[in-house]
Design a binder for this molecule. Structure first.
Ligand SMILES: Cc1cc2nc3c(=O)[nH]c(=O)nc-3n(C[C@H](O)[C@H](O)[C@H](O)COP(=O)(O)O)c2cc1C
Length: 159
């Protein structure tokens, strides 16, 4: 299998995520390359068996660079793709100590459905998706403990 991975990491966490995923795929004998969307041409995405898109979250949505890339992306009809969203881990409110409600969490975690909505119009087919968290006490990272396990489990669904 040949996988083409595009990410839009700003602080480096998402880049770590896709580099790790690439390593897992290559170790299983697949071809996999990753690049930042700023270094890629949306109209010229290399043909692949699997497309991976990984984006950080801003106000609940994929970062603008990834939204724009996906809107412009030219993919073959029926392209198989997977999505990864990096999120700040939900943490208790500093004043009240209460965890946000599931509705509040959902509001700030619309990255995956937003990317899917863009790609749906292109006739692409979603194979899998996952969220990976950065530590909630530091919105810019590092990645939350256990992120490698999340990716190992995720990658095993792609082989
Ligand atoms: C201005 C700003 C807004 C953010 N908004 C959200 C958000 O709405 N939901 C969320 O889960 N994470 C949010 N985050 C945390 C980002 O998801 C996190 O910084 C990102 O996943 C790190 O990825 P990167 O290191 O690859 O850039 C926000 C971070 C910043 C700096």
């Amino acid at each position: 299998m040949k996988a083409e991975i595009h990410h839009a990491s700003k602080y480096g966490n998402g880049e770590k995520v896709v580099a790790y995923l690439q390593g897992l795929l290559v170790a299983k004998g697949h071809q996999a390359e990753f690049r930042h969307v700023r270094d890629a041409k949306p109209k010229d995405v290399p043909v692949a068996d699997l497309y991976v898109f990984c984006a950080p979250t801003r106000m609940g949505k994929p970062i603008g660079k990834m939204r724009r890339f996906l809107k412009k992306a030219r993919l073959p009809e029926g392209a198989r793709y997977v999505l990864i969203a990096t999120h700040g881990e939900p943490v208790p409110d500093k004043r009240t100590g209460n965890m946000p409600s599931s509705e509040e969490i959902e509001k700030y975690q619309q990255n995956l459905p937003a990317m899917e909505a863009i790609l749906r119009d292109k006739g692409a087919v979603k194979v899998a998706e996952t969220k990976v968290y950065v530590r909630g006490d530091a919105m810019k990272g590092p990645l939350a403990d256990g992120w490698e396990k999340v990716l190992e489990e995720f990658a095993s669904r792609l082989y």
